[in-house]
Write a protein that binds this ligand. Structure first.
Ligand SMILES: NC(=O)C1=CN([C@@H]2O[C@H](COP(=O)(O)OP(=O)(O)OC[C@H]3O[C@@H](n4cnc5c(N)ncnc54)[C@H](O)[C@@H]3O)[C@@H](O)[C@H]2O)C=CC1
Ligand SMILES: N[C@@H](CC=O)C(=O)O
Ligand code: NA
Length: 436
């Protein structure tokens, strides 16, 4: 260590749920952090949107409403971006990297689309760009994929990577809690994004899937490559119906290698709410907890579990990256570079085999069931479960299929929608976590 005593200057951009906790740890744990880094970490400044409304927990002289000026300071070595969104973070991060500063960010929305540009700037300047907090909050998942599994071949990375939606679905399933009230509570607890549409419509999970798939499969996957559905249409009736099938409903993020009919490998990256059996390990992941299951050729199955959102746990992941980036500066090292050599193409959702759960309202008269079953059979789709709920002149019919290409399943649903006897398709969900 050539410059053991030279302090590492740190700047924090954004002092919200996560930024506040990062500043707290930086100021409360100075001695331990210094010992772990091999040099003191010195907080040079904190950029906030409005100095007058900023929380009074740090000395006024550290506050600024000019993040660009803070990033430009010669005594700042590491920039921690915790503002969120695309701009201004994209500009601040790029400027920081281009001027030789390392960057730590939790900004999955930005990384899902701009990792290429930012990683290139980091590589050019020979500095680190770290983002462990961007996927599954406190859970170490980026570093295990990038480093621990660098010698293996990852086949699948799947799990629950959004705390807000898992908090909502768990509460609805456990206590019948109201969707809107639970979403508001997730906002108060600091789990939800500034615009919670990103959570409930699956954009946040899709951004995380893009990041995970890119790393796991050494390819470039962006948010637009990820098939996405959110949870806003999930009803208490769906959860009750899932329970009757010994299942629950979770918003899943699934990234896997799939092999085409012609033998070519592709990446399937998809996010949707799905039924999973209550016996599946992900079924017991509740509240703000996330879990990511990685399947690798040689390591086998690995499961990572912990708090996926919230200022305090997320700040832990940010600080882990800060310590690594600071150590690298002290010891003149660098973390791993982005790796996209495999460049696998994306598999269209229609080609991916899956299972469907379809709930519909049908006229309660003879022959309807045979007609419905006929639509599945004509596309070579096997039916695993048929259940009729209710009677009189309207009945709720639930069909669970065997595995078939998603395109054939969605075509069947479109055909059912046109049938006179089907008055309404109430919900279409996929079923995951089963062998058949
Ligand atoms: N809250 C969580 O559980 C997690 C959040 N993240 C990510 O961490 C980042 C921060 O999230 P939160 O702290 O929850 O958001 P937040 O909305 O609580 O904090 C962002 C802060 O940035 C400030 N800000 C906005 N524009 C600014 C500007 N131009 N200059 C300086 N400050 C500005 C806002 O006033 C706000 O205080 C986001 O990228 C988010 O996606 C990642 C994992 C978990
Ligand atoms: N809004 C996100 C925060 C963490 O990434 C979530 O709920 O998971
Ligand atoms: Na993480």
């Amino acid at each position: 260590m050539s410059s053991a005593s030279k302090p590492i200057g740190v700047a924090v951009l954004g002092m919200g749920n996560v930024g506040t906790e990062v500043v707290r740890i930086l100021t409360e744990s100075t001695g331990d952090l210094q010992a772990r880094v091999g040099a003191p970490l010195e907080l040079r400044g904190v950029a906030v949107r409005d100095i007058n409304t900023a929380r009074p927990s740090i000395p006024a002289e550290l506050l600024t409403d000019d993040p660009a000026a803070l990033v430009a300071r010669d005594d700042v070595d590491i920039v921690i971006e915790l503002i969120g969104g695309i701009e201004p973070p994209r500009t601040h991060i790029r400027t920081a990297l281009q001027s030789g500063k390392s960057v730590v960010t939790a900004n999955k929305a930005l990384l899902a689309d701009y990792t290429g540009e930012l990683a290139a700037a980091a590589a050019e300047a020979r500095v680190d760009l770290y983002f462990e907090a961007a996927v599954a909050g406190a859970i170490p998942v980026i570093r295990p994929l990038m480093q621990s599994l660098a010698g293996d071949t990852v086949q699948r990375v799947a799990g629950i990577v959004n705390g807000t939606t898992n908090f909502i679905l768990s509460a609805m399933a456990e206590t019948g809690a109201d969707y809107a009230e639970t979403l508001a509570e997730a906002g108060r607890l600091g789990y939800a994004e500034a615009d919670p549409t990103a959570d409930v419509e699956g954009y946040d999970a899709a951004a995380k899937a893009a990041i995970l798939a890119s790393i796991a499969f050494h390819s470039r996957v962006t948010a637009a490559d990820v098939y996405r559905e959110g949870i806003s249409s999930i009803t208490p009736a769906d959860l009750a119906s899932a329970a009757q099938l010994d299942c629950t409903i979770k918003l899943l993020s699934i990234c896997e290698r799939v092999v085409d009919a012609d033998g070519a490998q592709r990446i399937s990256a998809r996010v949707y709410p799905a039924l999973i059996p209550l016996s599946h390990p992900l079924a017991t992941v509740n509240g703000v907890f996330n879990a990511v299951v990685v399947e690798a050729e040689n390591a086998g199955r690995l499961m990572f579990y912990g708090q996926g959102a919230g200022g305090v746990p997320t700040a832990s992941a940010v600080m882990g990256d800060v310590v690594m980036a600071a150590r690298n500066r002290v010891y003149s090292g660098r973390g791993p570079l982005e790796s996209t050599y495999a460049s696998l193409p994306i598999a269209p959702i229609g080609s991916v085999p899956t299972r469907y759960y379809v709930a519909m309202e049908v006229a309660d008269r003879p022959g309807v069931l045979a007609q419905v079953a006929g639509e599945f059979a004509s596309r070579d789709i096997g039916i695993a479960v048929v259940r009729q709920e209710g009677a009189q002149d309207r009945a709720r019919l639930v069909v669970v299929t065997h595995r078939a290409p998603d395109g054939a399943l969605s075509e069947t649903v479109a055909a059912l929608e046109k049938m006179d006897a089907v008055t309404k398709i109430s919900s279409v969900l996929r079923l995951e976590g089963t062998d058949d």
